[in-house]
Write a protein that binds this ligand. Structure first.
Ligand code: HPA
Length: 349
């Protein structure tokens, strides 16, 4: 196997120069740099990243912890993170904390012990231990999807990247109200997540904008998962005066809601209209096709990498929160006929 000495000899430079090219520890003249890269290529030289880490104290790796990785929304975020990381020469270590605070702190500690240069984490509903750990060890971190903190709880020292939640949700509600619905049910997410509370705020805002009163009985938590949503939908359908339209607050809960509607023998949109937060690849294969809010998942992942790299380059810069807009994807589960559909890209933020 070729060594750094072999590369130096072939390129006609010192081993120190090869090291500076590899580790970017000092500027090297372009033609010298090219000679070193050519020599590496010709000799089939593979850098030893462990040895490099000892020189630079950097591993060129990012730890990513998101629950649940099997959810297409988070899988797409992962793809965005992976592509952007690779573009900048970073590899990934991935963990799934299963939205469990204890599991979350454990996996984050594990990633930290592997000496990742920084982390991207979607915090659970109770992230106190996680945030305390990251703060204590000064781990460069970007929080993703679920934002945390107000100045009062001391959590605002973190960079955060997320999608808009309130306005897009309000848009679904006003759309349904515009179609004549007066009783709009919400299958809400897991309490404690910012996405849950912001979507609930958006639901209320949408009702206010449409001149409808808020009714507590029309909001049932499906806890962000399909089985919870199935149960929540059944609860809504059992009301003396059930909703004529339903909004689900994420993709997994849309599945649960659809299962419950089918089990109750209800057809969408004739018996009950449906609008969903979260679009996914096969949402337009359902019959009717699902009217949904599409989150910019890949872009969320890419932005998280960009913000993390900025943080690594300038550790003392003030923390910032990046919010990305969503798209309203108008299909037919809301009750609109196919011919009337309009594309309203980008208006949901
Ligand atoms: N946050 C935002 N969108 C989502 C989530 C979540 O946790 N799960 C599925 N879609």
């Amino acid at each position: 196997m070729a060594t750094m000495t072999d590369v130096a000899r072939r390129a006609g430079v010192s081993v120190a120069t090869v090291s500076h090219v590899l580790n970017e520890t000092r500027p090297v003249l372009p033609h010298t740099r090219q000679a070193v890269l050519d020599a590496m290529e010709e000799l089939g030289y593979t850098p030893n990243t462990l040895a490099r880490s000892l020189v630079t104290s950097r591993t060129r790796s990012i730890g990513l912890a998101v629950s649940a990785i099997s959810n297409p929304y988070f899988t797409e975020i992962l793809q965005g993170v992976e592509t952007a990381a690779l573009e900048h020469g970073y590899g990934l270590l991935i963990a799934d904390p299963h939205d469990d605070p204890e599991h979350e702190r454990k996996v984050v500690q594990l990633l930290h012990e592997r000496r990742v240069d920084g982390m991207i984490v979607a915090p659970s509903a109770d992230p106190r231990e996680l945030l305390a750990y990251l703060g204590r060890h000064k781990v460069p971190t970007v929080l993703l999807d679920r934002v945390v903190g107000t100045p009062a709880d001391g959590a605002t020292g973190f960079d955060q990247v997320c999608a808009d939640s309130a306005e897009p949700m309000a848009q679904l509600v006003t759309h349904l109200a515009g179609l004549g619905h007066r009783r709009i049910g919400l299958v809400a997410g897991l309490p404690g997540l910012s996405t849950t509370s912001e979507r609930l705020t958006g639901y209320r805002d949408g009702l206010v904008a449409a001149g409808l009163a808020y009714d507590d009985g029309l909001v049932v938590h499906g806890n962000s998962e399909s089985p919870g949503a199935e149960q929540a939908t059944a609860t809504l359908l059992s009301l003396t005066e059930p909703p004529t339209a339903l909004v689900t607050a994420n993709n997994a809960m849309t599945m649960g809601a659809l299962r419950s509607l089918r089990d109750h023998g209800l057809s969408v949109p004739d018996d009950i209209a449906l609008c969903c937060f979260d679009d996914f690849a096969w949402a337009d294969l359902f019959s009717p096709r699902l009217t949904a809010i599409a989150q910019p998942s890949r872009d969320i992942g890419a932005q998280a990498v960009s913000v993390l790299l900025d943080r690594l380059a300038s550790p003392d810069r003030p923390a910032r929160t990046v919010r990305l807009p969503c798209d309203f994807v108008h299909r037919t589960s809301c009750g609109c006929p196919e011919q009337s559909l309009m594309s309203v890209k980008g208006t949901a933020s």
